[in-house]
Design a protein around this ligand. Structure first.
Ligand SMILES: NC(=O)c1ccc[n+]([C@@H]2O[C@H](COP(=O)([O-])OP(=O)(O)OC[C@H]3O[C@@H](n4cnc5c(N)ncnc54)[C@H](O)[C@@H]3O)[C@@H](O)[C@H]2O)c1
Length: 441
């Protein structure tokens, strides 16, 4: 495959519906990194290594030196928002990065002005922006987004575009008839079907144009049969849902470890307080429900209580998110974990994570943009399960349970890169280092 991967030549446009805390932290960060003012910490594509061949070969190149990724200097940013603030203004309001850092890249940030959004208040009732497209039908809105993409590509002289949803979490909806086939979906666009959300309109526009689409929120968005099918037809990589940061990141690091040692878990109570706009949107029960579903599935899939009833059959899992303005983007989470060990003796683990949500999310957006662009150039299309590493609720083929264990997710990601580049896959078997033993067998 490596001989057929197209080179990362020319500029890559990264478009984000939503230019809020996460997107502006990403953009300001990349501009600062380009000026050598900071390091891309947390980004696997920029700082991670990958082992190649046998352990005795000692080959550990940087991932960005191993696979042909777009260079940060070749990236151009753009996006849509329901508020008209440019990226500098939006970043100042989000208060994630220090004003000094933002002033160092002020000119670059001020130059990025949001395009008018596709927005429907019935999906996010806690937002009231008016920088919004008007059209008679959802089909016209989708066409307008496609025009935006084409115009952006031309104006910025990009050879390729990717889209990552960094917009707010929409209210909870389930897959229904209009989402089933491309035909029913396109008819729904013409008939303004209420079950087609704004994020689906962006996703449809991107996928129709063959632009990779990654979904950073827990909304259904491209996780519906119609858009999965369309992605296959148009040769487009897609993925989601919900960036894996903060508390869920901790959960998918810790739970596989406890399960690996066959320790039991009776209860896992997770509470969060956060005060940014994301927290305000999630304060509405309809939007919280979407997030809750995404956060709850994690433990069950890792611990598999059905095949481990003695250890996890009684597990009580609860997740709470509370809007608390004084904390801003500096989310605080508490986890109380009731575990039990040998002969059923109980123990407790407490985690108090004082994190910065957008600081954890920004490098994920960068990696997803770069890897989905790589996937497209490598001829991969449809759901990119190897990018599950980045998601709270990974999108998978129908009938397949998602893999939540972060270590298995990393092995999958790295083996996919090795496979792309024609390197041996690594199974971690290791018996071949003990030749005599193997030959004796
Ligand atoms: N920060 C994290 O750690 C994290 C983790 C996982 C998921 N997420 C998700 O990422 C998304 C972005 O998070 P954030 O902290 O930047 O939130 P934010 O509220 O700061 O930014 C979201 C932006 O999207 C805009 N928006 C909403 N609907 C839109 C639409 N239809 N079109 C265009 N713009 C729209 C809003 O006006 C807002 O500016 C949220 O859905 C959040 O749940 C964030």
């Amino acid at each position: 495959m490596h001989n057929t991967i197209e080179k990362a030549e020319g500029k890559l446009g990264i478009l984000t519906p939503g230019l809020g805390a996460v997107a502006t932290t990403l953009i300001a960060g990349v501009e600062a990194i380009k000026k050598n003012l900071a390091q891309p910490v947390g980004s696997l594509t920029q700082m991670g290594n990958i082992r190649l061949g046998k352990r005795t070969e000692n080959r550990y190149p940087k991932i960005k030196d191993f696979v042909p990724l777009a260079d940060l200097h070749d990236i151009v940013f753009g996006g849509w928002d329901v508020y008209s603030d440019n990226v500098f203004e939006a970043a100042m309001k989000a208060k994630v990065l220090e004003p000094m850092m933002l002033h160092a890249v002020k000119a670059e940030l001020e130059a990025i002005k949001p395009m008018k959004a596709v927005f429907d208040r019935s999906y996010i009732s806690n937002l009231d922006g008016d920088h919004v497209k008007q059209a008679a039908t959802k089909a016209e809105l989708a066409k307008a987004v496609m025009d935006d993409i084409e115009n952006f590509k031309e104006a910025n002289d990009c050879s390729r575009i990717v889209m990552v949803w960094c917009g707010s979490t929409e209210k909870y909806i389930e897959v229904s008839a209009v989402h089933e086939t491309i035909e029913s979906f396109e008819e729904g666009l013409l008939n303004n079907d209420p079950a087609i959300s704004p994020s689906m309109i962006y996703a449809y526009a991107a996928i129709k144009l063959g632009v990779p689409f990654m979904n950073g929120a827990p909304n259904l968005t491209c996780d519906i049969p119609a858009l999965i099918e369309l992605a296959k037809q148009t040769g487009t990589p897609i993925g989601g849902k919900d960036f894996k940061t903060g508390q869920t990141l901790m959960k998918t690091i810790l739970a596989p470890g406890l399960a690996a040692r066959a320790l039991g878990i009776k209860g896992w109570f997770s509470s969060n307080i956060l005060g940014n706009r994301d927290g305000y949107v999630l304060d509405h029960p309809d939007n919280f429900k979407t997030k809750e579903v995404s956060k709850l599935s994690v433990l069950e899939d890792i611990l598999q209580p059905d095949i481990n009833p003695e250890l996890y059959g009684e597990l009580y899992h609860k997740v709470r998110i509370n809007y608390y303005p004084p904390h801003g983007d500096n989310k605080e989470s508490w986890d109380n974990i009731d575990i039990f060990g040998w002969l059923g003796y109980s123990m407790q683990i407490k985690i108090n994570f004082l994190c910065r949500d957008s600081i954890l999310a920004a490098p994920i957006v960068l990696d997803l943009a770069l890897f989905s662009d790589l996937a497209k150039r490598a001829g991969m299309s449809g759901i990119q399960e190897w990018l599950s590493f980045y998601f709270k609720s990974p999108q998978t083929a129908p009938g397949l349970t998602p893999e939540h264990d972060i270590f298995k997710q990393l092995i999958k990601l790295q083996n996919t890169l090795r496979h792309m580049m024609g390197e041996d896959l690594i199974t971690h078997l290791g018996l071949d280092y003990n030749q005599d033993l193997v030959e004796a067998m």
